[in-house]
Each structure stands twice: as C-alpha cells, then as structure tokens.
Write a protein that binds this ligand. Structure first.
Ligand code: HEC
Length: 216
C-alpha cells in the first residue's frame, strides 16, 4: 500500500509542479509581451473598469486642483497607441490631440469622426473631457474610440491636466465648495439644536415613542 500511494503521491506532486511551471511560462508569454506601441492598441482598450461605479465622485475641478501632470503624462501612454499630442502631429487611429482642451468636438482637420461623436456638438471643456474619458461609449454611444475608459477620477484629472499643458493652457476651473461634508455638519448641528429645543418641551427620547399620547 505504501509503495503504491507513494507512487501516486509522487505523480500528483509532479503533475502539480508541471502545471505550476506551465502557468508561469504561459503567464509570462501571454501577459509579459503586451506591445508598448504599434500594432493594435490592445493595451488601452482593455484598461480601466467600466467607469460606472456608483460611488459619488468629488467635483472634477477639485480633483484637477491637486492633480499631477507628470502622472498624466504617464497615463497618456495608454492613449499614444492611437493619438499623437504634439503640435501638428499626425492623425492615427484617433485624431491629433494638441490643444484639444477647449476645442469644439470632432473638429480636427483631416480626421473622419463617427456620427456619434459629431452628434454630441459640444466643446472639450474640462468637465466634458472628464465624462468622455470615464467611458467614451457611455458619452457617445457608437463612438469609434474603442477605449474602455479610466475608472479613477484622479487618473482622468492628471491626464486632462497634462493635455491642457499641450497647447491649450486654459485656466483651470475654480474648485467648488463640496456640498457633502459642510452641509452634513450643519445638518448635524441643526439636529442637535432641535433636540436641545425639544428637551424643554418634552424629553427627546420619549418624543417618538410617546408621540400619540403626547399629541392628545
Ligand atoms: C483604440 C484607439 C484609441 C485609444 C486607445 C484612445 N483613443 Fe481617443 N479616439 C480614438 C478615436 C478613433 C477617436 C474618434 C472617435 C469618434 O470619431 O467617434 C478618438 C477621439 C478622441 C477625442 C476627441 C477628439 C476630437 O477631436 O473631438 C479625445 C479628446 C480623445 N480621443 C482622447 C483620448 C485619450 C485622452 C485617450 C487615452 C486615455 C484616448 N483617447 C485613447 C481612438 C483612441
């Protein structure tokens, strides 16, 4: 029995090692060789989440105010498979993006835009770029830009800050007072006052429980 089970164990172990080895090798083979540039822009197209998280985001202007353009330059590598951003740079799979912040949408000379993007009819303000880069498909259903989107608002802000420095140089939008925190604080304070006021009329803890009795 023990000879046989040793043999079985041995083969099981061996099989495990082989599987592990294959996993490592194929992992390297399939993931390690994503082309940086050229070929088809798989890199950007697969990146980013769905971009539709339910979490409430802070105002884009506020995130922009603390964004890091150097980080944005690094993120732009995801875009560079399809876009140039140098002055007079060639159109690729996507149009040249020099001076794009503030420019009317779908207006770059010599590029054949989709009807989807042409139909939006706005300009690329900071906010519009934020929405577009979060999910191009959601922004302009039917767009030719096959890029999943950047799920993190910090990434989009860094990128847009970098883009703004490439030929647009528009003043950044002023940060907005964030409604959530201060308003919550006021409400809490107000509630506190209300309770204090009630305390004179009737014990606040009893107010709910004993409401019917008190009302009559
Ligand atoms: C897979 C290729 C591809 C990738 C990757 C890509 N784009 Fe695009 N982009 C396009 C195409 C194609 C269009 C034209 C869309 C249309 O006409 O519907 C476009 C359009 C745009 C536009 C609108 C330009 C205009 O003139 O109105 C902006 C802005 C833009 N892309 C920014 C980016 C940024 C920033 C990134 C990186 C986060 C990026 N794109 C990644 C292909 C790509």
């Amino acid at each position: 029995m023990s000879d046989q089970s040793n043999t079985i164990l041995g083969w099981a172990l061996f099989g495990g090692i082989v599987a592990l080895g294959l996993g490592i090798v194929s992992g390297e083979y399939f993931h390690g060789e994503t082309p940086e540039k050229g070929g088809f822009p798989i890199e950007g197209a697969e990146e980013g989440g769905e971009g539709g998280s339910a979490k409430v985001e802070p105002p884009f202007a506020n995130v922009l105010a603390t964004a890091d353009a150097a980080a944005g330059e690094a993120i732009f590598k995801k875009c560079a498979a399809c876009h140039t951003i140098t002055p007079g740079g060639a159109n690729g799979i996507g149009p040249n993006l020099h001076g794009m912040v503030g420019k009317p949408q779908a207006a770059h000379a010599g590029f054949a835009y989709s009807d989807a993007l042409k139909g939006v009819g706005k300009s690329w303000t900071f906010d519009e770029l934020n929405l577009w880069l979060k999910s191009p498909k959601a922004y302009a259903p039917g767009t030719k830009m096959s890029f999943a989107g950047l799920g993190k608002i910090e990434d989009r802000a860094a990128l847009v800050l970098y883009m703004n420095a490439q030929g647009s140089n528009l003043p950044l939008p002023a940060p907005v007072a964030e409604a959530a925190a201060p308003a919550g604080g006021d409400e809490a304070a107000a509630a506190g006052d209300a309770n204090a006021a009630d305390a004179n009329a009737a014990a606040p803890a009893d107010a709910n429980a004993a409401a019917p009795a008190a009302a009559k």
